[in-house]
Structures are given as C-alpha cells and as structure tokens.
Design a binder for this molecule. Structure first.
Ligand code: ZN
Length: 325
C-alpha cells in the first residue's frame, strides 16, 4: 500500500524530504531613517518598528547584520516636503547620508534604497501632480527625470541596489539609462514590478508619513483583480533592465508570485508589507496565534510560491528563530 505518512514519521525524515527551506541569507530588513540623533521613534501600528536617526540606523543594521541578515531596504523621511520632492535627490538628503554612513560602518552590508517621491512630496503622491480643469492627474514622463536623478544620487552615495516603487511607466529604463550615464553600470535595479494598490499598506503610511493628501494611488498602482497585467508589468521591467523583480504585497498575491517566477525565472522578491506584519503582531499580542509559527509559515509560503528574496519587518526575529531551529 502506498502510505505518504511513512515519510512523516520522524522529524529527521520530515527534514530529509522537506521541499522548501527558509534561510537567513534570503532576508531583507526594511528600515526608516529620519534626521536627528539617538532617536528611535516607535511606529504605533507596527510594534518593534521605529523611525531611526542615522546613528540609530547604523546600530539597528549592525544588529541585523550580526544576526546574518545580509541586506536592508531604506526609506527616508525628510524634514521638509515640497511639490518637486527635492529632498529625494538632494546630495545630502536623508537617505543619501544614511547610505554613506552605513557603507562606511558596515561595508559588506547590502544597502538597497527605495526610490520614490511620495515621502518627499507635500501632497504625498509618487509623482508630479498636475491640477487641470477636470481634476488632478499624476504626470508620468516628467516624474521619470526626478526618479532617475534620485536613483543616481543613491548610487553616488554607495547604494548597492536601487529599488523603484513608484509604478510610473518607463521608470526602470529611465533609471538604468541615468545610472549608466553617471558611471554606475554595476548598480543593480530591483523593481517593484507588480505593486498593487493595496489596503495592506495602511500601517506603512504612518511609518513613512506618505499618505496622499487627496485622491488615491489607483491611477498608477495595480488593480488587485489583475494577474495577467502583473505579468505584463514584470515583462516590461525586465525588458527595461530590472535585475530583480518584486511582487508587493506578498501573502495575498502568492498566485502572482508563482506565475512571475514560473514565467520569467528571474530573481524574485516578495515584500511582506506592513499590515501583514501588524496583523500577526496584533493577534499574537492577544494570544490568538503563535507569532513565531505564523510568521515562519507565511514566509515559507512565499518561498514555496517562488520568492527568492523575502523583505520582512520581522527579519531580525526570523533570523533568531532560524538559529534556534
Ligand atoms: Zn511612492
């Protein structure tokens, strides 16, 4: 008789036939940086996550690096916002400063920088806004120049990987061309290729202070209903020069992740977004679920679906748990 249970009889047997593994080398920790000193400003909706001043950022990144987490993904919160997002591409902008400091203190840490304008725009949108007689629109092509400029300034500061998250059309090409023109031919691009307009970003907006002042992001981020369109977005980004493609959010979009990995075979990242983290934290705080088991099972599911790279706010805890296993 065929008995699948035979291979489940002991932990050693189960490990032997295990098809998918989680490893600390696959983790990326997102971090929020803002100016100041010795500042760790807690984000209420994301327990354990902080807005950090650059010195505290270095401490946090050193801690995660010592645990084996190889990479961080940086988001900046500027002191001032305007309608041209000038803080995004300022030579001494908050992210540029932070990258220099991180590369100086922890040279082998992989530094990935989020490239978008929303945190730096007074209106909170990811692109330039045009107010016309029939309402406001987010301009695509004029925004590309600012994104490319931002990317080059991050590369100049020493970023290893540039991660555009704005969802403007043609941004990967614009960024690749600008990086090459500026001599950063070896700086990689990890594009947020299939980024959906999602309610799962709620807590992040508090963390990054990037809630749009009017309207929403549905004219540039993707409709949650569309999978074929996600594949077209990924194909475009690859054609434009993306080295790594990302699906965001992760857990509610595992079908997309699976299709992206199967179709293109590219290095693929999954971003377990803020609400994915906060929901687990909240339920665990109430004693309704086991935080460790639920977090590890969720990340394993992303790996099984096809993710090579896991971006998660829980990276430090996960690194510790994987050690204990
Ligand atoms: Zn944005």
């Amino acid at each position: 008789m065929i008995r699948p249970r035979r291979l489940r009889q002991s932990a050693a047997l189960r490990r032997l036939v295990c098809e998918t593994r989680l490893s600390v080398e696959q983790l990326v920790l997102p971090l929020f940086v803002r100016s100041g000193r010795r500042m760790r400003q807690p984000i209420g909706s994301m327990p354990g996550v902080f807005q950090l001043s650059p010195d505290e950022l270095v401490r946090e990144a050193s801690r995660s690096y010592a645990l084996g987490v190889p990479a961080v993904l940086l988001f900046g919160i500027p002191d001032r916002k305007d309608e041209r997002a000038s803080g995004a591409y300022a030579r001494n902008g908050i992210v540029q400063q932070a990258v220099r400091q991180l590369k100086r203190e922890i040279p082998d840490l992989l530094v990935i920088t989020d490239v978008c304008l929303c945190e730096y725009m007074s209106h909170g949108h990811c692109g330039l806004v045009h107010a016309g007689p029939h309402g406001t629109t987010i301009l695509n092509d004029p925004t590309l120049k600012l994104l490319a400029r931002t990317a080059a300034s991050h590369a100049e500061a020493g970023a290893d990987i540039i991660a555009p998250s704005d969802m403007m059309d043609g941004r990967v090409r614009a960024i690749r061309e600008e990086l090459d023109r500026s001599g950063f031919t070896d700086t990689s691009i990890m594009s947020y290729a299939a980024k959906f307009a999602s309610a799962f970003y709620g807590p992040f907006r508090e963390a990054a202070e990037s809630t749009p002042k009017f309207g929403d992001r549905r004219s540039y981020q993707m409709d949650a209903a569309n999978a074929n369109e996600a594949l077209r977005e990924v194909a475009l980004d690859i054609a434009e020069g993306a080295d790594i493609v990302m699906v965001k959010p992760a857990l509610a979009y595992l079908d997309i992740l699976h299709r992206v990995k199967t179709e293109f075979g590219y290095p693929t990242a999954a971003y377990a977004v803020s609400a994915e983290y906060s929901m687990v934290k909240a339920a665990a705080a109430k004693g309704w679920i086991d935080e460790r088991s639920v977090t590890l099972e969720s990340l394993l599911a992303m790996r099984r679906a096809g993710a090579d790279i896991l971006i998660t706010y829980a990276a430090c805890d996960v690194a510790k748990w994987l050690r204990e296993k």
